[in-house]
Design a protein around this ligand. Structure first.
Ligand SMILES: *Cc1c(COP(=O)(O)O)cnc(C)c1O
Length: 446
């Protein structure tokens, strides 16, 4: 894990070529004038039209990533189910649906979004550790492809609901394979003792519960071991446990047809060497084929992470305690990852491709010390009014944004075929308190 602000951020000459390839990887290029283009469209033109902060997504990049991942399976029966939580904008969902993706959802809200974007129910898988009765009922009524249960208690609730309601449903069991992953502790989800997944020693109890509930059909076994994984080792370790679970359920007379490997495929934010999808699948392939199952994966970050940038405007420049500071109009409420995970995002000037002139702390306007986008970043001279692009912001960017400090959430824009369109307008400040009641007891007699 790279902690931001460490001295290793001071780029040498080598840094320039690293930066150039990073720009290319994110679909960015510079015009002769220095202006930054995303998939051929000027980011300066977009923010001249819609203001800042604004998320801009590259449709072609998302489609390309989907195709690369989908083809990595070759003739192995499989389904890619996009993890909606990474970026839930309807335009992003629609283009993935049209690419042939399924949807992995974790809430009733995501169910509605997936349906609104056009996903057929039979391509929707309901995951998540804490589904409410209302959410389960909505999924049952919709007839989603599968509900992945993660605890005995959830299975019991579902059994009652199925017996008293719809009569039948296909479930999956997400096991907790108890593997450790080399990622940020907040996104390592496959370890025992965490809230995620059914502990393997509870599997037989779950199966007896299934035996008592003829309406529940076991359609799959699955795992999801963590996020931003850069190595195949945890998948191999997890797969061992998953296969053991598959053996157990088959021995008990169930015939699940789906084996779920989860999501978690990492991307490059900085100097990581992420696995290509083909490198991910190749070492697992033989084992997967032997199961005779359809292989399901639930990537979020891989599909959209590097297909989006956050564009922000420099509000003020400041010199304090020996540090140069740029205060920008995007904060932790817009992009939480640096504050929550100490995540590192590349930051580049929108207007200038010139060489760095110094190190800058790029900080937001929110009243928190943790409200920074990047510390000690090598950037060209920047004046108030100029813009910065935060790269790798397509996943867990807007999706994690909030109204903290009563700040309106950013606009979202989609770029495709040289055109751009707003796919979510900037929130209006008056909407932020529209439903609040300032004087709730005003009608009461004294
Ligand atoms: C978050 C999540 C994913 C997606 O993770 P990424 O790292 O974005 O690929 C997939 N499956 C489940 C169950 C999740 O909770």
């Amino acid at each position: 894990m790279h902690l931001d602000g460490a001295p290793r951020d001071r780029r040498s000459g080598v840094g320039a070529s690293v930066l150039a390839s990073r720009l290319a990887e994110c679909g960015l290029a510079r015009e002769a004038s220095g202006t930054l283009l995303l998939s051929g469209v000027s980011l300066a033109a977009i923010v001249a039209g819609v203001g800042t902060p604004t998320y801009v997504y590259d449709a072609a990049a998302i489609r390309r990533r989907f195709t690369v991942l989908d083809s990595a399976f070759g003739d192995l029966p499989h389904r890619v189910c996009y993890a909606v939580k990474a970026n839930a904008n309807l335009a992003v969902l629609r283009l993935l649906e049209q690419s042939g993706s399924g949807a992995d959802i974790v809430s009733g809200g995501e169910l509605l979004r997936a349906l609104a974007a056009g996903f057929p129910a039979d391509r929707i898988v309901f995951s998540g550790v804490g589904k409410s009765d209302e959410e389960l009922a909505a999924a049952l009524a919709t007839g989603v492809s599968r509900i992945n249960v993660e605890s005995l208690s959830e299975l019991q609730r579902l059994a009652i609901m199925v017996e008293t309601g719809v009569g039948s449903c296909t479930i999956g069991i997400r096991i907790n394979p108890d593997v450790t992953t080399d990622t940020h502790p907040y996104i390592s989800t496959g370890k025992g003792g965490l809230k995620f997944g059914l502990p393997l020693d509870q599997l037989t109890t779950a199966l007896s519960l299934l035996d008592e509930t003829p309406g529940l059909r076991l359609g799959g076994v699955a795992m999801h071991i963590g996020s931003q994984l850069l190595d195949v080792a945890p998948y191999l370790a997890g797969l061992d446990q998953l296969l053991a679970a598959l053996g157990t359920v088959r021995a008990a007379g169930h015939q699940p047809t789906v084996l779920g490997l989860g999501g978690g495929l990492g991307i490059r934010y900085r100097e990581e060497s992420p696995l290509e999808p083909a490198e991910w699948i190749a070492p697992l392939r033989e084992t997967l084929v032997a199961t005779g199952c359809t292989i399901e994966v639930e990537p979020g970050r891989y599909l959209v992470g590097n297909a989006g940038v956050l564009v922000t405007r420099v509000l003020h420049r400041k010199h304090s305690g020996g540090r140069e500071i740029a205060i920008v109009d995007a904060g932790m409420n817009d992009l939480l990852r640096p504050a929550l995970y100490q995540a590192w995002h590349e930051i580049v000037s929108v207007e200038s491709g010139e060489a760095p002139t110094g190190l800058l702390d790029v900080v937001g306007p929110v009243c928190e010390i943790g409200d920074f986008l990047g510390l000690e970043r090598a950037l060209p001279a920047l004046r108030a009014g100029e813009h910065l692009a935060i790269l790798g912001a397509g996943a867990y960017g807007f999706a994690m944004s909030s109204n903290y400090n009563s700040r309106a959430r950013a606009a979202e824009v989609l770029v495709e075929d040289g055109r751009w369109a707003v796919v979510r307008p900037r929130e209006r400040l008056t909407d932020l308190y529209r439903d609040e009641i300032a004087d709730p007891f005003a009608d009461e007699q004294p």
